[in-house]
Design a binder for this molecule. Sequence first.
Ligand code: CLF
Ligand code: SF4
Length: 507
Amino acid sequence: MQQVAEHKGCGTSSGSGKSSCGSSAGESELPPEIWEKVKNHPCYSEEAHHHFARMHVAVAPACNIQCNYCNRKYDCANESRPGVVSERLTPEQAAKKVVAVASTIPQMTVLGIAGPGDPLANPAKTFKTFELISQMAPDIKLCLSTNGLALPEHIDTIAKYNVDHVTITINMVDPEVGAKIYPWIFYKHKRIEGIEAARILSEHQLRGLEMLTERGILCKVNSVMIPGVNDQHLVEVNKAVKSRGAFLHNIMPLISAPEHGTVFGLTGQRGPSAQELKALQDSCEGEMNMMRHCRQCRADAVGLLGEDRSAEFTTDKIMDMEVNYDLEARKAYQAVVEQERQAKVEAKNEELAALADETSDIKVLAAVATKGSGLINEHFGHAKEFQIYELSAAGSKFVGHRRVDLYCQGGFGDDTALETVIRAINDCHAVFVAKIGGCPKNDLLKAGIEPVDEFAHEFIEKSAISWFKTYLEKVKSGEIQHFTRGDAEIRQGALIADEERKVCDGV
Ligand code: CLF
Ligand code: SF4
């Protein structure tokens, strides 16, 4: 197992009251200045994450606190998967990488610094990187993710470099809860432990959030859900960050396994189930919407949120690349994406109109195999994750995603993988795919999950609403009986780039 650098992370706030960007708010539901900031940001807009990509550069190795879910020898557990090797970059290497990726992936619109330590514990490297990128690729949005300890002292610099999006990881507002998550912080040249450490950290996080929102910088708050430690308490955290202007709240499941070597991993602290996570997200959803599409990505992730193309852009490869940064070509590509997005919204609204008189209170979950663009365009056997939509008389709503093992092993299906897929989507009534073979189809049906391939390569939400309409009609006619399904498992960790990494990380 190779060892890596330290941390990573992300968060934000705005102060504009209701903010649906983490769910599905569109242009008509947000103030124009907010829409401009979120429309191409895959983390701040659920809708954008089907079309636009982000990348991280790992320029910030040091951290100023210790979290019980993090092992400094590996990538950060907040935003990246523990146990996966990262390359540390200099600001100059990072800038070259950003330009190389942006030239290859025109839908890459956001550059985030999220570790592998804390960006603000490495301010010189972090801000030098932002400075270089804003000169070389001025159309790319800059994003920062921090634990918040050093945030108040860097607000002016964040504003100076036009960092529009800041994420703060806030897991508690009660220092007694915090002492169970953070054994120590390093502050004013001293190591401080216990409740006092958590008190200082919380005070800095909340003050930093207020200072950012006062400046109009969009803020997201990330929280790690740790059952039995802060799960109930996160409702209080939600209220505290909402009242301070946070734009979006992202409650993520704890990543914890003994092989990661973290305190929580070694003490057997479990993460939440899929339904525990959804129930907490639902209970917090109100004036401030919840982010449900986070992939807890690595500190060097590249690509759409549901993929990782970082292996294409290692330092060796990018240093050899001939890079031609064509701003006009990027704009043209993004204009086409915008047209596709509009077509998708129109199709959804059309289908939604057919549910206008529907009064049923039935809600079901459906899993979708997709490669992006808001389409059902992935084969069942090739899916590395399924997106989860909740269907009701109100329409379709994205509520999460589930990582799975690949079923198709090049010519044959892996039965063990199929079992993990079924456990991962066990709370769903249907799974929408572009194509599926006879064997998995039968096993899904036996498990009570309907495989649906009649909407191959069509828009996800329009198709899901159409299927749901038929489902309700069948229930009303007595052809089928509606029932509630069970819970599902969350598979730990973020997507990884290739098989080689699977071996390296040893998990
Ligand atoms: Fe990166 Fe974070 Fe910016 Fe996004 S990630 S710094 S806001 S550009 Fe996004 Fe990754 Fe989730 Fe973070 S999916 S872990 S929320
Ligand atoms: Fe690890 Fe926590 Fe530091 Fe992130 S903030 S690098 S999770 S110790």
